[in-house]
Each structure stands twice: as structure tokens, then as C-alpha cells.
Design a protein around this ligand. Structure first.
Ligand code: ZN
Length: 352
């Protein structure tokens, strides 16, 4: 999300909260359920430059969210139970699912204890290469790179370009510029190569980040045996599947599932599209995942679940627990569905 759009979204959330409009909108837009989307759960870090902060919440905010959901008497269920209720059109009780992307070790160390306190099941979507310790978390590498550098020299669109990154403001701008440029590249291969080259030139070791932050296959064996935990698939290399050819997209998705079956000896029935927005998961990809036989697949498109989503179980929206909005007052606005309805221009289902 761009900073401007992010600020408008926050202003909208606060306007909804202070006007009480979310109470009026609740019957129309709360839907039948919600899939919460999380990434890291860990204590807040210090320092002014945290461009990936939207990807982490504190254990305390997770606890507040679970308390809020329990207070609303909403069932917290597994994705397979959600799938069964959607198929059966069983909407007698509202429900929520909790999902965590990428397979971070802090999900075990900080999220699991909180989830246990609320007897809340959850799904962690594992990227095979991260579990193997070989994948590249280029957005973390980019943060570390810009944190340390005073200037980056990059060939933007073939033109040698110097990007200033001295000082917190310049670092934020540099990160946004780099994200814009990397996002325009044809695939993750170029993105990873560009960030790795820069890391090498600036003495940053990006090869150890997956091992540092993500659970290994061995750790996932123990973690996955917890009765609250479901392991889902998230591609082999954390690629933008919409930018892959059909063959590569299918292989990335299918092999991430077979890796889980082989390494963890369990089926993987659920999938999450990396990045997951409109440019990273589209109709072709929803069809591939359906053809491969997954029960559900989630995007990062914001939205609540409605009965109509039962027709689009491989293109499900989620509700982000975003590190930039860790305000307990705003939880009731988020769970009312008013915020995502506003975001979606008051369309209920967006699965095209
Ligand atoms: Zn991811």
C-alpha cells in the first residue's frame, strides 16, 4: 500500500470509528466470516526506519484481536471447517480464520502461545525455499540495505541512477522508489538478482535471512504437530505467480504442496498467493489452484467473506492485521466490514 493511500485508509478508519457509521454498515457488510491475514508477530522494534512494519504486529495486539473476536461470540475455526461451512451454506454462526504467511519463526515463539490461550486454530503458509533456508526475502534485504547505505547506485530502466538514502526521510523515499522500480520488473528472478547484487556491493549478507527468520523443515515438523496448527502452501520460491508462465506457476504451486507432503508427511489443502494483490493473483491462477485440487486459496485483496464467496474458494479475500493500524479502537471498525467495504467501493465480492 502506498503511504498516501495508507494515510487515506487510516483517516477513513478513524472517520468510521468516530462517526459510528460502522454500526450502521455492519448488517450489510459484516458478511458471514473473516479470514485474518498476518505475517510476523513479535515485540515492537525500535528505530525510525521500518518500511516493512505493516507486516508485523505485537503479541499484545494479537491478544487484543482474539479477545475482541471472542467478545463478539465469533467462532474461530480452521480453513477446512470454513470450507465445509461455506460449501454447506452453514452461516448460523459467524466465523473467523487466522492465517500467517511465509512461515516465520516468531509465529511459533510469539503467536502460538497467544493462540493457545484462546484455543484458536490457525494456518501458516510455508514457502518451501524459506523452510529449506535457500529462499530470498528481498524486502527484508532491501530494508537492511537502505538502513545501512547513504546512497544506492542502480540502473533504473537502464539509466545509472543514484538514490540518496542518508537520513530517515530519504531512506523512506528510497525504499518507496525501489519498491516501485522492482515492482515494474517482469518477474521475481530480476527482483531477487537486483537486490542480491546491491547487497553484495554493500556488504549485506542476504543469503542467511531465510534461516534467520523462517522455520526450517525440521522446526516445522514439531510446530506442525501442534493440534492448533495447519500448514498451507505458499509456492516454492515466493514468486509472483501472475508474472510466471502457466507452466511455471503450476509447478511453483504444486511443488510447494508436494514438499510439505514429503517433508512433513501431511496434506496441504490450502494455498496463499505470494503478494496476493490484483497484480500477483488473477483469474488464470485461481483456475490453476482449483485444478490442482486445493480446498481454499487466499489473496491479499481486502474483504469479508460472503455467501457468494463459496463460488470462488480459490480467490478468497482477507482482512489484514496491519502493523500500521495496531489500535484497539479500530478493531471494531475492521471487523464490522465497513472499512473493507469502503475500500472495495461497496462491492461485496471481488473475485474476477
Ligand atoms: Zn508471502
Amino acid at each position: 500500500m502506498g503511504q498516501l493511500r495508507s494515510n487515506i485508509f487510516r483517516a477513513g478508519l478513524e472517520a468510521l470509528y468516530f462517526s459510528g457509521a460502522h454500526h450502521l454498515l455492519r448488517p450489510l457488510f459484516a458478511g458471514v466470516g473473516t479470514i485474518f491475514m498476518l505475517h510476523h508477530v513479535r515485540p515492537a522494534r525500535g528505530g525510525p526506519f521500518q518500511p516493512n512494519r505493516h507486516l508485523e504486529i505485537t503479541p499484545e495486539f494479537l491478544r487484543a484481536t482474539l479477545a475482541h473476536v471472542r467478545e463478539l461470540d465469533i467462532d474461530i475455526i480452521t480453513l477446512s471447517e470454513m470450507h465445509a461451512r461455506m460449501r454447506a451454506r452453514d452461516f448460523t454462526r459467524r466465523f473467523a480464520c487466522f492465517t500467517f504467511d511465509d512461515g516465520y519463526r516468531d509465529n511459533r515463539d510469539f503467536a502460538l502461545p497467544v493462540m493457545r490461550d484462546y484455543a484458536a486454530p490457525f494456518t501458516v503458509y510455508v514457502t518451501s525455499d524459506f523452510a529449506a533456508g535457500t529462499g530470498r526475502l528481498w524486502w527484508v534485504a532491501l530494508e537492511r540495505l537502505i538502513e545501512r547505505a547513504d546512497v544506492l547506485e542502480v540502473p533504473v530502466n537502464g539509466q545509472p541512477t543514484r538514490i540518496a538514502c542518508a537520513g530517515a526521510g530519504a531512506k523512506r523515499d528510497a525504499f518507496a522508489t525501489m519498491i516501485g522500480w522492482l515492482g515494474s520488473m517482469p518477474s521475481d528472478v530480476e527482483v531477487n538478482r537486483t537486490v542480491s547484487d546491491l547487497c553484495r556491493r554493500h556488504g549485506i549478507d542476504d543469503s542467511g535471512i531465510a534461516r534467520e527468520l523462517c522455520m526450517s523443515w525440521q522446526e516445522l515438523q514439531t510446530f506442525g504437530n501442534d493440534p492448533l496448527v495447519t500448514i498451507g502452501a505458499h509456492t516454492v520460491s515466493h514468486c509472483n505467480v501472475a508474472k510466471c508462465t502457466s507452466d511455471v506457476a503450476e509447478r511453483e504451486i504444486a511443488e510447494s504442496r508436494s514438499a510439505i507432503e514429503a517433508k512433513l508427511d501431511r496434506p496441504a489443502l490450502h494455498f496463499a498467493y505470494p503478494y496476493g494483490d490484483r497484480g500477483a493473483a488473477a483469474a488464470r491462477d485461481f483456475a490453476i489452484v482449483r485444478k490442482l485440487g486445493f480446498q481454499t486459496a487466499v489473496t491479499t485483496r481486502p474483504g469479508m467473506l460472503f455467501a457468494e464467496n463459496a463460488e470462488h474458494m480459490t480467490a478468497l479475500p482477507r482482512l489484514s492485521l496491519n502493523g500500521n493500524y495496531q489500535d484497539k479502537r479500530l478493531l471494531q471498525v475492521l471487523t464490522s466490514g465497513a472499512a473493507t467495504a469502503m475500500w472495495n467501493g461497496f462491492r461485496r465480492v471481488d473475485a474476477a
